[in-house]
Design a protein around this ligand. Structure first.
Ligand SMILES: N[C@@H](CCC(=O)N[C@@H](CS)C(=O)NCC(=O)O)C(=O)O
Length: 285
């Protein structure tokens, strides 16, 4: 694979952005700064006292942006370390570079949190965007106020959120992580990088993406494109945003999916999402 891989286009260049307000959700803006932090932190520790987390990222790949967005939604301090598609021991993603001492898989995102330590002071490290997201949710958003799950009224917390709400959250989360993301990734691969053109494989993955985009379009009809799940934007939307951001690059025709296109424009206008993209892009310069 080459450096060109995953240098995905910013779709916003091909789509004029406009601001849409979700009409049924609590504002997905900056959360309260006075949160309860679970795990090993002192209960008196407040967000202002936190040390910056380190997000390992790449300038184009979709998965780190999801985690940067979550960090922004949670108002957590963080620094970004950008890795490149080369085998340089200190900056590269390829082969056994320093990154593999942080993420055995040698891929990004990976997240180091010096605020929560194990084994006499080692920061907790997560990798795989699903694990990073759920780590942040458990430790910094235990009541789900910022990242969900929510009920259809937008309420969070036990007593408000039903078992069905939680299962719905996980259904759509896992669908993205196990299926929609990988189908988009393979579409990108066979459209742009496979050394031998393989139209059958490309058609197979484009077909899969279209199947799932049809499903998401129906789901978005429940909120008129305001959020994947009724009740407002959650971590699930952040997972999808990373990949739906890449539809132009993947060559997916969005004309059959007006609600998905509307949702995508709304998402990229959210301040925490804009800040996440800006922060990774700035770190990549
Ligand atoms: N399933 C993983 C995917 C991680 C992944 O493949 N990340 C890409 C960037 S978005 C990467 O590091 N690619 C490096 C490579 O392919 O060598 C997740 O959700 O985090």
């Amino acid at each position: 694979m080459t450096q060109r891989e995953f240098q995905a286009f910013d779709n916003s260049n091909s789509n004029p952005r406009r601001s849409l307000t979700s009409n049924n959700s609590p504002p997905p803006s900056k959360p309260s700064t006075n949160i309860q932090i679970a795990a090993t932190m002192s209960p008196s520790t407040q967000r202002a006292d936190l040390k910056p987390l380190t997000l390992h990222a790449h300038s184009g790949g979709p998965n780190p942006f999801k985690i940067a967005s979550a960090l922004e939604f949670l108002s957590l301090p963080y620094t970004v370390k950008v890795w490149d598609f080369n085998d340089d021991p200190t900056t590269g993603l390829k082969g056994t570079t320093f990154l593999t001492t942080i993420s055995e898989n040698g891929r990004v995102p990976a997240l180091e949190d010096p605020n929560v330590t194990v084994d006499g002071g080692k920061p907790v490290i997560s990798w795989e965007s699903g694990a990073c997201m759920n780590y942040l949710r458990r430790v910094y958003d235990a009541d789900g106020k910022v990242l969900g799950p929510r009920n259809a009224k937008g309420e969070t917390g036990s007593g408000k959120v039903s078992e069905q709400d939680r299962v719905d959250f996980e259904k759509w989360e896992y669908l993205l992580l196990t299926t929609v993301g990988p189908m988009m990734g393979q579409t990108n691969w066979f459209r742009h990088y496979n050394p031998t053109p393989n139209e059958d494989a490309l058609n197979r993955y484009v077909g899969q993406v279209n199947h799932y985009f049809g499903l998401i379009e129906k789901q978005l009809a429940k909120t008129d494109g305001a959020s994947i799940l009724p009740g407002g934007v959650t971590a699930v939307d952040l997972h999808y945003e990373g990949w739906i951001h890449q539809t132009a690059y993947a060559g997916i025709d969005m004309q059959p999916y007006p609600l998905l296109a509307k949702w995508a424009k709304m998402m990229i206008e959210l301040e925490p999402v804009k800040a996440a993209y800006a922060k990774i892009k700035a770190a990549a310069k």
